[in-house]
Design a protein around this ligand. Structure first.
Ligand code: KIV
Length: 256
């Protein structure tokens, strides 16, 4: 079993929050992407279970297994030297605290510096169990993609006073349980800003407005590499799909 290190893997992220500097974060699922993002100076690289959709072509993330996550964490870890490397516990891999611990340890052995699971107050027993066993943890609240089927779609969170209070409570519970950072996904911007102000640990937003301590995006959205679906909040900086198609046509022409 990998021994927990004494060094706080979230130190840079916390320092950036204190200094008011934005934390940069992107997902990666393969070695070249992990290495290139690391060399580009991204602070936090996440092997997200979004790989089920943008890498594997599944309808949502619920088909991703712990074995998929271990494999992708291993290949990305080979290329990442400086960034914090996070990995997701996939759907149904943390049904009990002991199952969560066993699978989190497997992700750490695969090369992750920290592990993320979805959910706030309702998952606190698992988060506490993991942090007490020395697993550096990242929280994830707001829209939870692993619950998309139960919820009947991807919906913005924090629209009502009750929901906003529930999210703030969850964020504080996660902080208390020892997570080093929290992802806020599809949260009303004013609510995300309030959560960010209320916490000592950094928040990393996606579809949650600009007043979070950092921003995370799915790498395929940034690169234009998954043209069949583009979330409205994602700025596209490249045309990977178009360039790939052009390169394929040029190659077909060349070898005729
Ligand atoms: O799976 C993922 O890529 C994520 C990010 C979108 C935060 O959880």
């Amino acid at each position: 079993m990998t021994q927990p290190s004494n060094k706080d893997p979230f130190l840079l992220l916390k320092e950036k929050k204190s200094a008011g500097e934005i934390i940069s974060s992107l997902t990666a699922y393969d070695y070249p992407t992990g290495r290139l993002l690391d060399e580009a100076g991204i602070d936090f690289i996440l092997v997200g279970d979004s790989l089920g959709m943008v890498f594997a072509g599944l309808e949502d993330t619920t088909g991703v297994t712990i074995e998929h996550m271990i494999y992708h964490t291993q290949v990305v870890a080979r290329g990442v030297k400086n960034a914090l490397l996070g990995a997701d516990l996939p759907y149904h891999s943390y049904r009990t605290p002991d199952e969560a611990l066993e699978n989190a340890q497997r992700l750490m052995e695969a090369g992750a510096d920290a592990v993320k699971l979805e959910g706030g107050t309702s998952q606190i027993d698992k988060v506490c169990h993991l942090t007490q066993h020395g697993i550096p943890m990242i929280g994830h609240i707001g829209m939870l993609p692993q619950r998309v089927r139960e919820e009947g779609g991807y919906k913005k969170k924090g629209r009502t006073q009750d929901d906003a209070e529930r999210l703030l409570r969850s964020a504080k519970d996660l902080q208390q349980a020892g997570v080093g950072a929290i992802v806020l996904e599809s949260v009303v911007p004013e609510v995300a800003a309030e959560i960010t102000r209320s916490l000592k640990i950094p928040t990393i937003g996606i579809g949650a407005g600009s007043d979070c301590d950092g921003q995370i995006r799915v790498i395929h959205d940034l690169l234009g590499a998954y043209p069949w679906f583009r979330p409205p909040f994602a700025t596209v900086y490249a045309d990977f799909a178009g360039d790939l198609e052009k390169a394929a046509h040029s190659y077909i022409k060349e070898i005729q």
